[in-house]
Ligand binder design. Structure first.
Ligand code: HEC
Ligand code: CU
Length: 324
């Protein structure tokens, strides 16, 4: 038993060391809700190690004991103390902590105006809507800009199946359920890019349904949202006609226009750090590659095949979207 426990502990410490800097690690918390979760994780980790040592010691003791002699302490103490009182105390403490940290992620009135953003999950990407950017809504996708040090309310919805919104470094996850709006409250303590994932199996490309949360100061946020609101590709261009013909049935190319919503809003696609729900880094050529090969990059995704569109037109549309 001991060699196994030691091996497990060693393997665990390797895993833990490796997760510290990982973008999806709950053990690298960057907001109050995540700190509460990481705390309880560590309490449970050390607590279970101590209990394991205790139970192993008792088991060894029992094996080596001469049955003729009486036990060092009564079996009653063991059964009531170790079997009832100890678990009851541990579970009560965990329940208390769990309810409190869960409650902190509810959109309660805390005297500070939260930043609100609406996120609609779809197979297999995230539509983002900021209700008020200079007096009108702004539509975007797969990348969510938020302020640092202020509560953020994510109003979560789904257009098809149940998904779940999860940013491990900022807190717990919450389901996005068709026909409902669930509000999750999180806060980021530091500026930076936080990775998020869909955390509820939702079909073939569930694993490639990520997103990024970018936390910045209020001033930077205001500026970045304005920049996105202004980022509309030039209407007069030839490529605009190609877009109208081949893409506009599913995509909007204007951040102020939320329909059609079958595909991500592409007005600010060039400004996003990633394309395709966090899957492709938005380096030069990736957008073009996606148009050509999207069923290889993300098999089964709901974008129609563009094989019938001639490559020159696709080139032009890609350049047009990239040049905004
Ligand atoms: C039948 C609807 C449909 C058509 C037509 C369509 N798309 Fe898409 N597109 C989608 C969907 C759905 C996604 C999301 C795929 C995913 O991530 O699962 C997408 C994703 C994209 C993305 C990635 C956006 C991001 O930031 O994640 C780009 C870029 C894109 N499409 C460009 C185009 C262009 C350009 C055309 C026309 C030449 C086009 N699409 C035609 C439905 C469509
Ligand atoms: Cu999913």
């Amino acid at each position: 038993m001991f060699p196994q426990s030691i091996a497990t502990a060693a393997a665990l410490s390797v895993v833990l060391a490796a997760t510290e800097e990982r973008p999806l690690s709950t053990l690298a918390p960057a907001g109050p809700a995540a700190v509460a979760i990481a705390d309880v994780w560590w309490w449970m980790f050390w607590g279970s190690l101590i209990l394991l040592a205790l139970v192993s010691a008792l088991a060894l003791h029992a094996m080596g004991r001469n049955s003729e002699r009486s036990a060092p302490f009564g079996s009653r103490v063991l059964i009531f103390g170790g079997g009832i009182a100890l678990p009851l105390a541990v579970i009560t403490a965990l329940l208390f902590h769990g309810v409190r940290s869960g409650d902190a992620m509810l959109p309660r009135d805390v005297g500070v105006e939260p930043f609100r953003v609406e996120v609609t999950a779809r197979q297999w990407w995230w539509a983002v809507r900021y209700p008020d950017v200079d007096g009108a809504p702004l539509f975007d996708a797969n990348e969510i800009l938020v302020p640092v040090g202020r509560p953020i309310d994510f109003a979560l919805e789904s257009e098809d199946v149940i998904h779940a919104f999860w940013v491990p470094r900022l807190g717990g996850k919450l389901d996005a359920i068709p026909g409902r709006t669930n509000v999750l409250r999180l806060e980021a303590d530091h500026a930076g890019v936080y990775r998020g994932m869909c955390a509820e199996f939702c079909g073939a490309q569930h694993a490639r349904m990520g997103f990024h949360l970018i936390a910045m100061s209020e001033d930077d946020l205001e500026q970045a949202l304005r920049e996105r609101a202004a980022a509309a590709p030039d209407e007069g261009a030839d490529a605009a006609r190609g877009f109208e013909r081949h893409c506009a049935g599913c995509h909007s190319s204007d951040g102020r226009v939320g329909v059609p919503a079958a595909g991500p809003n592409l007005a600010a696609a060039a400004l996003r750090r990633h394309l395709v729900a966090g899957w492709l880094r938005n380096d030069s050529g990736q957008l073009r590659r996606w148009l050509e090969d999207h069923q290889t990059i993300k098999p089964g995704n709901h974008m129609s095949d563009l094989g019938h569109v001639d490559p020159a037109t696709l080139d032009a549309i890609a350049a047009w979207l990239e040049g905004r």
